[in-house]
Design a protein around this ligand. Structure first.
Ligand code: FE2
Ligand code: FE2
Length: 490
């Protein structure tokens, strides 16, 4: 009996934990809420108004219109909720993009339902949404856009509807995982070919008219023209994805990888003007990547975020220990702990300025303040206490916020462990390294820095193991290999 009660309590605890938002949701302004609401109303009107055009109109028609209208409105709201659940930091611009695409597909279905294939109206927007907002949002969008049909009298072939759902699901699932523009191009060619072949099998050959018709665009039902039109629309969509990225702040995998290019001006500047910080960044990338892989997080996001986390140090590189050559330390020269703490906080504030100036996406920008959280600048705090300056502990803490996601929390832990691991003796044992890592992580936990990150105890254990594995790699790299007499290597 006691066993069952414990199990119920445990399940209730896990359920409650799963309901805690991983990240604080973005606030949506009243004007944006109004715009979103108006677009939802417009979608509902487009999806249902035809029922009011039946003459003579009787009460049962009005009731069925009301049901259709409400159904479309509720579906739009469900779509917004799903997108918010999958992307807790989704911005109002991105929600507007999702429902505007729904509005556009409803409007085009209304205008061209009998002339253009539904494949070309549903699949390309699904690609944009899966790239920017993830598979679940894209799948939800596809199901809502496919089932709310503006004109109930228009019915499409069941087989075609099945092919549409399969192709759109494939695009939604793969679209979110695609890591390069070349793979996108492959998808936009393979999906139309797949739809062509499956229609040949399911619908039959009698509907092939190839492109000897002049109006192939409006030849709905022609298997070849439908697939060709789909391929063309998908290729155009790929061309426009970078524009969507910059207007709506979408963070696609391809954009993340582009930002992670070390030839980007900001990263190049970091390597030239703050070489020590650049080296620290590269080591952190290795630690954070390994830890994120082991807990199943977003590796591309953390790799890019780690690369930009300390760009703010560019405002005064020589004020940070990793860039000093040991001759002089500006902190010693000014001998003012309060001023030194301000310089440390400035690397976060200036980093945010660099991020905005270089138009870095919000999820990357979040790594800049969250990797420091509200950590105490212990060294300068103790110095101030020694000097008996009347101080408040909060003046020696970073402004935060504390990490709001698993990825930013991992970066904070990697940032803390990097210097300690680098400084460790080459002969240190694995246990000593693990002890050092555990001490640093425990101090962050005790300080409440991981409270909003949703990292579980099991994940923290795995992160420690991942850091240890990286340490073993570093140690291996530092071991001097014996060379042959004439100093050649095989
Ligand atoms: Fe930092
Ligand atoms: Fe750092």
């Amino acid at each position: 009996m006691q066993n069952i009660t414990t199990k119920i309590k445990k399940s209730l605890y896990l359920w409650r934990r799963s309901q805690v938002p991983i990240q604080q949701p973005n606030r949506i302004s009243k004007i944006d809420n109004l715009i979103i609401f108006l677009i939802c109303i417009l979608i509902s009107v487009i999806s249902s108004y035809k029922l009011l055009l039946i003459s003579p109109l009787n009460i049962s028609d009005v009731i069925s219109w009301f049901f259709n209208f409400t159904e479309a409105l509720i579906s739009s709201c469900i779509l917004i909720l799903i997108s918010k659940k999958e992307n807790p930091t989704i911005s109002s611009r991105q929600i507007i993009l999702i429902i505007t695409l729904l509005l556009a597909s409803q409007a085009s279905k209304l205008a061209f339902a009998s002339t253009i294939s539904p494949l070309s109206m549903i699949i390309p927007p699904a690609l944009i949404i899966s790239q920017g907002m993830g598979s679940i949002t894209a799948l939800a969008w596809v199901s809502i856009a496919s089932f709310i049909w503006p004109d109930p009298t228009v019915t499409i072939n069941n087989n075609l509807f099945f092919i549409l759902l399969v192709c759109a699901s494939v695009v939604s699932l793969f679209g979110a995982r695609i890591r390069s523009r070349a793979q996108l191009l492959q998808l936009s060619i393979l999906v139309p070919i797949g739809s062509l072949l499956s229609r040949l099998i399911l619908i039959g050959k009698e509907k092939i008219f190839f492109v000897d018709k002049q109006e192939f665009v409006f030849a709905n039902g022609d298997i070849f023209s439908d697939s060709l039109l789909l391929a063309i629309v998908m290729l155009f969509t790929i061309l426009f994805i970078p524009i969507f990225e910059s207007i709506f702040g979408l963070l696609t995998k391809a954009r993340l990888l582009e930002l992670a290019d070390k030839e980007k001006p900001l990263i190049r500047r970091l390597s030239l003007e703050a070489p020590g910080t650049f080296e620290h960044t590269l080591l952190i990338c290795g630690l954070a990547e390994e830890a994120t892989r082991i807990i199943g997080g977003d590796i591309d996001l953390i790799k890019t975020g780690a690369l930009y986390h300390d760009v703010g140090k560019l405002h005064a590189p020589n004020w940070f220990i990793e860039n000093q050559d040991g001759s002089k330390n500006p902190h010693d020269e000014i001998d003012d702990p309060v001023r030194s703490a301000e310089v440390l906080q400035a690397h976060v504030d200036e980093g945010l300025k660099y991020a905005r100036k270089n138009r870095l996406p919000k999820p990357i920008e979040n790594f800049i303040p969250e990797h420091q959280g509200t950590l105490k600048m212990g060294y300068f705090f103790h110095k101030a206490k020694e000097k008996k300056i009347n101080i408040n502990e909060n003046d020696f803490r970073y402004n935060g916020p504390i990490p709001q996601s698993k990825e930013t929390a991992i970066l904070m832990l990697a940032d803390g462990c990097e210097a300690a691991l680098r400084a460790m003796n080459i002969n240190a044992s694995d246990n000593e390294a693990l002890e050092t890592i555990s001490k640093i992580i425990y101090s962050r936990q005790k300080d409440g820095q991981l409270d909003d990150s949703n990292l579980s105890k099991g994940e923290i254990f795995l992160i420690k193991r991942a850091f240890l594995n990286v340490w073993k790699r570093i140690r291996h790299r530092r071991i001097q290999y014996p060379t042959t007499k004439n100093n050649t290597f095989s």
